[in-house]
Design a protein around this ligand. Structure first.
Ligand SMILES: *Cc1c(COP(=O)(O)O)cnc(C)c1O
Length: 477
């Protein structure tokens, strides 16, 4: 049963899809960013028995437009504030689409020479772009969580005294891992997945600026050694997701050297800003990590999914992940022709590198860096507005994340009361839908957290955010 239609029909549908995409990206600022969907209604739309018979693609495209697009949050909108996310550059959307259509498996060089070479190239560009190492090796993965898991898997392999690929964890000393209490929860998930046990992930207290307390860190490492544990790795934050805090990477690197620990950096969010002239200094020591996780589907504007794990030594990847089945034995030189299946857990892989390549080639690193800096500038503007206002209070600001809260012009009695008002404000903005912002908790304070990894946002948009919040705040009284 051949499922193909005549190519002329397919071509017409491709044009229809192009029109839908163009429409989606028309006047993004005028669209409702959050549709506040009624969960029952959405469930009803997509709750149907498995189709027995065919539907026309034209009907389905219409359904996607009316039911999928409408019930989706618009990450590309300049009014989207709650999380660090991809606003999706046009060039990388095209790259992604073409990679899907070409449908090669980016697993071994044999499967697609071009995909392997493009990936090798973009990984090297990423290493250079973020100022980690222009000779770095690495591999593209689904996102920051997988990149962090991959980095920690390498650490576990390298830090074990015996070959844990062979003998497992039972015969090794109990590992301990260190990260600040502001660290992303994907590190917890990684520790669970790796069988280390969450209680051995030492969450180190942070200072007033939400960066790791180095004295506590070193103290905990010493205590663990004295107890007979095996300290494995410190995870440094290069831009926490809560507040954009950057740990003192240089000092962490020295501690790792002193106690012989693996140094991994979670730069999922901040990595793309690590090599900008204005912010480079904050990331001092970044280049000393043994492994780095960076997301491309955040501040490099590449559509989901795309993350990257970078290492100094590609043998660390191979020693951890290389297994070659009979049907995949090739007689070529692995140095010359890279099989990316040897670099990560995944076997079949889509051609993510093409969208990343399109992004780098279309804009060039100068424009990309300007766009990244633009996010910081626009959020500095928000910070200034907040600081100059009497009804909002700035709590913290790091990179392109601003945490602030509404305190009102009227007398507010307690922390709890301010917390409640800010939670209410978030709820009201969701119902309203013109701007989308969420809260986070910083040391018991509920704060509004505004993020920007979106080159479509301009100063007028953050002014609009404040205007809407002020309007809505009237209803919280
Ligand atoms: C987003 C983020 C992650 C998780 O990355 P995903 O791409 O969502 O899997 C981890 N750490 C930090 C600091 C992040 O910002």
């Amino acid at each position: 049963m051949n499922l193909d239609q005549p190519i002329s029909h397919f071509r017409t549908q491709l044009y229809q899809v192009a029109d839908m995409v163009a429409e989606l990206y028309t006047e993004t600022e005028k669209q409702k960013v959050f549709s506040n969907p009624n969960s029952l209604k959405v469930k009803e739309i997509f709750n149907e028995p498995i189709p027995l018979t065919a539907s026309s693609i034209e009907d389905l495209l219409h359904k996607i437009k009316e039911e999928v697009f409408i019930n989706s949050t618009k990450h590309y909108s300049p009014h989207f504030y709650p999380w660090v996310t991809s606003c999706a550059s046009q060039a990388s959307i095209l790259g992604d689409f073409l990679a899907t259509a070409l449908n090669v498996n980016a697993t071994t060089w044999m499967n697609s020479a071009a995909a392997s070479e493009v990936e090798k190239q973009v990984v090297q560009w990423i290493g250079e772009f973020i100022g980690y190492d222009s000779k770095a090796s690495g591999v593209l993965v689904s996102g920051g969580s997988t990149a962090n898991l991959t980095g920690l898997t390498l650490a576990r392999k390298q830090m074990a005294v015996q070959d844990i690929s062979q003998v497992g964890l039972k015969h090794t000393q109990q590992f301990t891992v260190y990260a600040s209490e502001q660290t992303h929860f994907c590190i917890d998930k990684s520790i669970i997945t790796l069988g280390i046990g969450k209680q051995y992930l030492r969450k180190i207290k942070t200072l007033h600026n939400y960066t790791i307390d180095l004295i506590q860190l070193e103290h905990q490492i010493k205590t663990d050694i004295a107890k007979g544990f095996k300290p494995m790795c410190v995870v440094g934050n290069a831009g926490t997701v809560n507040s954009g805090a950057i740990d003192p990477l240089e000092s962490i690197s020295s501690i790792c050297k002193k106690y012989n620990l693996w140094f991994h950096i979670d730069a999922a969010y901040g990595g793309c800003a690590a090599n900008l002239p204005d912010t480079r200094e904050l990331f001092k020591g970044f280049e000393k990590a043994d492994s780095v996780a960076v997301d491309l589907h955040k501040w490099l504007f590449v559509p989901f999914e795309a993350g990257c794990v970078l290492v100094k030594d590609k043998e660390h990847l191979r020693q951890t992940f290389k297994l070659v089945p009979e049907y995949q034995k090739f007689d070529y030189d692995a140095e010359e022709k890279v099989d990316f299946s040897e670099y990560s857990f995944q076997q079949s892989r889509n051609f993510k590198a093409l969208k990343v390549w399109m992004n780098f080639k279309t804009y060039g690193q100068t424009k990309l860096k300007s766009a990244i800096k633009g996010s910081i500038t626009v959020m500095n503007h928000l910070t200034k507005i907040v600081e100059e206002s009497s009804d909002f209070e700035l709590i913290t600001h790091g990179l392109s994340i601003v945490c602030f809260r509404y305190i009102g012009n009227y007398k507010i009695e307690s922390l709890q009361q301010i917390n409640e008002i800010n939670l209410k404000l978030v709820k009201l903005s969701e119902i309203d839908g013109r701007v989308f912002i969420r809260d986070t908790n910083l040391n018991g304070m509920i704060v509004l957290r505004a993020c920007c990894t979106n080159f479509r946002r301009e100063k007028k948009h953050v002014e609009y955010l404040i205007k809407i919040l002020r309007d809505l705040a009237k209803k919280t009284k």
